[in-house]
Design a protein. Structure first.
Length: 290
């Protein structure tokens, strides 16, 4: 097992977590997509998009076509984060929110902009923590938006302090029962958890080869849909909204195949979404009890 510095050893408890952290610390191929799209307006996302693309970007001058595609993909990724934030419910400026697996911080900055409240992002990538904290400085919100090199399975934050928590495409890296135990501890009574994730579809049986391909590409472990609800029920998280976003994300992936930034993973996403073996889901749940 590779030895890391003592702080990293405390945060990254398993070989698997070390490999996930290493991936997000240095993944030039996938990262190129995220950085180029982030450069559009300074909001850096590591998630996918939803909504109808404006296909006129494919027309017009060829020398600027790729730029137009990038801007459109970025717009759809920001729309995805907006939809997630729409489901956080009534959040006041004095509240505190947590972004579980915060990446380069795009959704955290949008939350702070919308609600004016404190946001704590946690990620196991030290590189991402540095990048996102620099962004917070640059945006003049470092007193409200902070990023921490912590494990979302064991954040070390006090119990009951969070009004809301979200995970934007991060739950496929962790055990859901452990994750929701920690989130349930962190949320105040009546606090809201919102998750956007890809999950395999129990109805079509075991995992398809395309879902396995996605897992192999990102080094993640996509969970079946049923596991989300089992793990929530076990941890006092009661779903209030479940939205199937599969149809809304397919056009994003179709447009991505036209981009020079395509990584090859577009194929298994489109195949699995179209055949029904993979689903893009938003789940919002309330913490009940104390
Ligand atoms: C696909 S990216 C999503 C980033 C961000 N939520 C976004 O929408 O831009 C997955 C993120 O999960 C983080 N992650 C994976 N396992 C984690 C863990 N156990 N604790 C904290 N973060 C984790 C990675 O470091 C990475 O930032």
């Amino acid at each position: 097992m590779t030895m890391l510095n003592p702080k990293a050893e405390a945060v990254l408890r398993t070989n698997y977590q070390k490999s996930v952290a290493a991936y997000w610390n240095n993944n030039p191929n996938d990262d190129r997509v995220n950085t180029v799209l982030g450069e559009v307006d300074g909001l850096y996302h590591h998630h996918y998009g939803i909504g109808e693309p404006d296909l006129s970007v494919l027309e017009g001058p060829e020398n600027t076509r790729q730029e137009r595609i990038v801007e459109e993909l970025h717009r759809l990724e920001t729309a995805q984060a907006d939809l997630l934030l729409d489901h956080l419910g009534d959040v006041r400026p004095g509240d505190r929110l947590m972004d579980g697996g915060s990446g380069r911080g795009g959704t955290s900055f949008m939350a702070n902009q919308r609600f004016g409240c404190q946001v704590d992002g946690v990620t196991i990538s030290e590189y991402q923590v540095g990048f996102a904290n620099d962004q917070a400085q640059h945006r003049g919100v470092a007193d409200k938006v902070r990023f921490h090199f912590r494990n979302m399975l064991d954040t070390g934050f006090d119990s009951g302090v969070m009004r809301g928590i979200w995970t934007n495409e991060t739950t496929m890296y962790v055990d859901l029962f452990e994750l929701f135990r920690e989130f349930s501890r962190l949320l105040e009574s009546g606090g809201r958890y919102v998750c956007i994730t890809g999950c395999s579809n129990d109805v079509t049986g075991g995992r398809s080869s395309s879902v396995s391909w996605i897992d192999a590409h990102y080094g993640c472990m996509i969970h079946p849909r049923s596991e989300y609800f089992r793990a929530m029920a076990e941890n006092d998280l009661v779903p209030i909204d479940v939205v199937d976003l599969t149809a809304a994300t397919i056009p994003y992936w179709e447009l991505r195949t036209k981009s020079e930034l395509a990584t090859g993973v577009e194929k298994p996403f489109l195949t699995s979404y179209r055949e029904g073996s993979f689903q893009y889901l938003l789940i919002a749940a309330d913490k009940v009890g104390r």
